[in-house]
Design a binder for this molecule. Structure first.
Ligand SMILES: [Zn+2]
Length: 190
């Protein structure tokens, strides 16, 4: 094995470990590193103290259009775009760092329930970027708050109103407060 491939392997192990700690599924690790399935599965078990979950990745684009997921995904994506523009992070490093920023903010907006799963999982965040890459999603500018929000590609956006400016009636008080915080972050970044 050449020294170059040893360095590459070390990088891949670090990268995979970071992603596993953030909750990445095995399919994501396979796509982003050149490590074998067996090595990734071993690494996963070592870090998470559990076997990697089986089954398909969450592939639904529509999930990102529902109210709370839309706000959380938009928050994550704003961080991602910011890091891509203002740092020299590679795609995957920008994804990891943006997801960490998202977790910090999602946690801060969630008083008293710190052990809940985040609304946007790391694997969903990864899928989101793939959906953007394959032109299935776009950012639509809200006509009321002018924030950029995730929406279906090719959908008319002239009269677009975002999930924060027009929340569904069932959205409770806590959720509204989280949404307001997210709006400030989305604005600060856009
Ligand atoms: Zn709005």
């Amino acid at each position: 094995m050449s020294s170059k491939s040893v360095a590459r392997e070390a990088d891949d192990i670090l990268l995979a470990s970071d992603m596993i700690r953030l909750g990445a599924r095995l399919q994501v690790l396979q796509a982003e590193t050149s490590l074998s399935y067996d090595r990734l599965a071993r690494l996963y078990r070592e870090i998470q103290q559990a076997s990697p979950p089986k089954g398909m990745l969450p592939y639904s684009v529509d999930w990102f259009m529902t109210w709370l997921p839309n706000i959380h995904a938009t928050l994550f994506y704003s961080h991602y775009l910011y890091l891509r523009e203002h740092t020299d992070s590679t795609n995957i490093r920008a994804l990891i760092n943006a997801y960490r920023l998202y977790l910090e903010q999602a946690d801060a907006g969630r008083a008293g329930e710190p052990n809940d799963e985040p609304v946007l999982s790391f694997t969903r965040a990864w899928m989101l970027l793939r959906f953007f890459d394959s032109d299935m999603l776009q950012l639509a500018s809200c006509t009321q708050c002018s924030g950029g929000f995730i929406s279906h590609a090719y959908e008319p956006v002239e009269n677009y109103i975002c999930a924060i400016c027009r929340p569904p009636p069932r959205a409770g008080k806590t959720r509204a407060a989280t949404a307001r915080k997210s709006r400030n972050s989305v604005r600060a970044l856009s």
